[in-house]
Design a protein around this ligand. Structure first.
Ligand SMILES: [Zn+2]
Length: 199
């Protein structure tokens, strides 16, 4: 079916969202145009503002619209512990289901040499700067229990040790190949709190 050029463009652009195929994009486009033009305007305005204003926290790299995010700014956080995760969604998950009150560092991905993602791309330089500025009693490696996440955790463990600090790894209960943000709260909480020293 051929739609008008602008409708086609809308459908095509909606497909940049994860998990949205041609059919879903088409449904979304018609929903907005037929039933929710106000919502569409709000969405468009928010998208523009979010993309313009949301950057990275200078300390932990998570998404933030201030130079330093609210967690890094919070004086009540335990500054002797650093938890390294792959995504801002992981920070959210850990905050909600564990009693963790330390700081974070967000890699925004994992090592993946095949895709050209090396230490620089996941912020290891920035992490080393933090290791020089602060001494953490524990650095928790909470990358996903996938092949890439495990490889990343082992690489980071070496860096942590090289700076004279103690790396730990989240424990059992997290299914292999799983992603933290999709794991149920009880399982994540158990795995997080049962973390072990990493070899
Ligand atoms: Zn931060």
């Amino acid at each position: 079916v051929e739609f008008s050029p602008l409708i086609n463009r809308l459908i095509e652009d909606l497909r940049c969202l994860p998990g949205v195929g041609p059919k879903t994009a088409q449904r979304m486009a018609f929903h907005l145009l037929e039933h929710d033009r106000e919502g569409a305007n709000r969405l468009a305005a928010t998208l523009i503002e979010a993309v313009e204003k949301i950057g990275r926290c200078g300390l932990c790299r998570t998404l933030s619209e201030t130079k330093t995010c609210s967690i890094c700014q919070d004086p009540r956080r335990d500054r002797t512990r650093l938890c390294i995760v792959e995504t801002p969604a992981d920070v959210h998950a850990i905050e909600h289901v564990t009693g963790y009150r330390g700081l974070y560092f967000v890699l925004m991905g994992h090592l993946s040499p095949i895709d050209g993602v090396g230490p620089n791309e996941i912020g290891v330089n920035q992490l080393k700067v933090r290791f020089k500025e602060c001494t953490f009693e524990e650095v928790i490696l909470a990358t996903n229990p996938t092949v890439e996440g495990e490889a990343t955790a082992h690489y980071l463990a070496e860096q942590v040790r090289a700076h004279g600090m103690r790396p730990t790894r989240i424990a059992h209960g997290v299914p292999l190949g799983g992603e933290l943000e999709y794991i149920d709260g009880g399982t994540l909480s158990h795995a997080f709190n049962g973390r072990l020293d990493i070899e």
